[in-house]
Design a protein around this ligand. Structure first.
Ligand code: PMP
Length: 437
């Protein structure tokens, strides 16, 4: 196997140069800047099904899928047509519409873990609101999060672990007040002892524990059901609300997300991404009793000019209707499992230090020989150099992965057998180059 010549990035480079005069770092969200992989970011012009095209006309099979929302692939006809139909009547009213009822009904009738929902416009907003609800409901201030979970960029959650088993968070961004970070406790994933210690140390002070039940923002740090059950139980014993942040896992590992996958009932669930069919949407839900604390019914304030936006609701209705078709998840998950297993077989046969972790239609490529990686500190940062080379080789072979080795990949229902065969060959060649090239 030989390295392929680099794809042309001339137009993308021009656009990026211009973008740098408009936006900090040339982007509107940091990871897009390709800081941890080779070359200038690709400016995408078009997507259709499993494929995307960049400004230079390069074509890729896409495994980023807009970071997860596009479970039906790009430009799905049903979603597009519904959006166009809704738009014929205007795009926003700031008043209730029947579309909100329709999307809520689709979700609530098919999800036994929540009884009422509130739509917002992003995952960050959903999480921020869920935290406020938990604090308002419990009348406590502290929250507990896990190192290696990402929950958007609300102040309270831009906090990382200090040294020690149980720590007050240290801010992971300038501009987050220390007093805010002091209300957030950070512990490692998959560590019952740390959790027990935190509850002991901060008895009757912890309003909520928030976790990605399928941690997928810092590698794919799959947790054992038994650990998640322990977490559920310790929250119940302490009057602490358990928040499942299902912005990625919601409607991804199954229609009922990780709560359904593990059969564990959290107190509040946050959603985003898939729920909006590619439009900006987030949501949070809980029991009717807990949700009654939200304004105007209750005293926890939360609002939004574009919340429940009709166009976004339309996209969500069209997309979720497809997901409810019998066999949708079975087919998607089987396809992913075959893909993951084939790549793992190849890597194992060649003794490469390479693991593919997967759940539902999410996968993560890790340059490691560890059997499992369940906590952030078990990821070897130096392995990211290998990812960088891997990513470049894959782009040169027409395969687009998110531009960081800490990011997971997504498979959509639009990915065909042919796409996945082509991708496997590209991965095999690229791995040969990374390990022997
Ligand atoms: N929670 C999780 C689990 C996420 O993955 C993300 C985004 N990747 C967010 C929250 C924040 O969502 P958004 O980017 O829509 O604000």
């Amino acid at each position: 196997t030989t390295g392929k010549p680099d794809i042309s990035r001339e137009k993308s480079a021009e656009l990026y140069a211009k973008a740098q005069t408009y936006f900090p770092g040339g982007v509107n969200s940091p990871v897009r800047a390709f800081k941890s992989v080779y070359g200038t970011p690709l400016f995408i012009q078009k997507g259709d099904g499993s494929h995307i095209w960049d400004a230079d006309g390069n074509e890729f099979i896409d495994f980023c899928c807009s970071w997860g929302p596009l479970i039906l692939g790009h430009n799905n006809a049903k979603v597009r047509e519904k959006v166009i139909e809704v738009m014929q009547n205007g795009m926003s009213f700031g008043a209730p519409t029947a579309l909100e009822n329709e999307l809520a009904e689709l979700i609530l009738k098919n999800n036994k873990f929540i009884e009422k929902i509130r739509f917002v416009s992003s995952g960050t907003e959903a999480v921020m609101s869920a935290i406020r609800l938990a604090r308002g409901y419990t009348k406590r201030d502290k929250i507990l999060k896990f190192e290696g979970c990402y929950h958007g960029h609300a102040d309270a959650l831009l906090v990382k672990a200090g040294s020690g088993l149980v720590t007050f968070g240290e801010t992971s961004s300038a501009g987050v007040p220390k007093s805010v970070a002091d209300e957030t406790i950070v512990v490692a994933l998959n560590d019952k002892e740390a959790l027990a210690k935190a509850f002991e140390e901060f008895k009757d002070q912890i309003a909520a524990v928030i976790i990605e039940p399928v941690p997928a923002n810092n590698g794919l740090l799959l947790q054992e059901k038994e650990y998640l059950q322990y977490l559920r139980d310790i929250c119940t014993q302490n009057g602490t609300m358990l928040i499942f942040d299902e912005v990625i896992s919601g409607f991804r590992v199954g229609f009922e997300g990780a709560a359904g996958y593990y059969q564990i009932k959290p107190d509040i669930i946050t959603y985003g991404k898939i729920i909006g069919g590619g439009m900006p949407v987030g949501a949070y839900g809980s029991s009717a009793a807990i949700m009654s604390n939200i304004s105007p019914e209750g005293s926890v304030y939360q609002a939004g000019t574009l919340s429940g936006n009709p166009v976004a609701m339309g996209a969500g209705i069209a997309q979720l209707s497809e997901l409810l078709r019998i066999g949708f998840y079975r087919d998607l998950n089987n396809k992913t499992e075959e893909f993951v297993e084939a790549i793992q077989r190849f890597a194992t046969a060649r003794n490469y230090k390479f693991k593919v972790f997967g759940i539902g239609s999410i996968f993560w490529f890790a340059f490691t020989d560890k059997e499992y990686i369940r906590k952030a500190e078990d990821i070897d940062a130096s392995s990211m150099e290998k990812f960088k080379k891997f990513h470049r080789e894959l782009l040169n072979r027409g395969i687009y992965l998110g531009p960081s080795g800490y990011e997971v990949g997504f498979i959509s229902s639009a990915h065909t057998k042919i796409d996945l065969e082509k991708t496997k060959r590209a991965i095999f060649d690229s791995l040969d180059l990374v390990f022997n090239g």
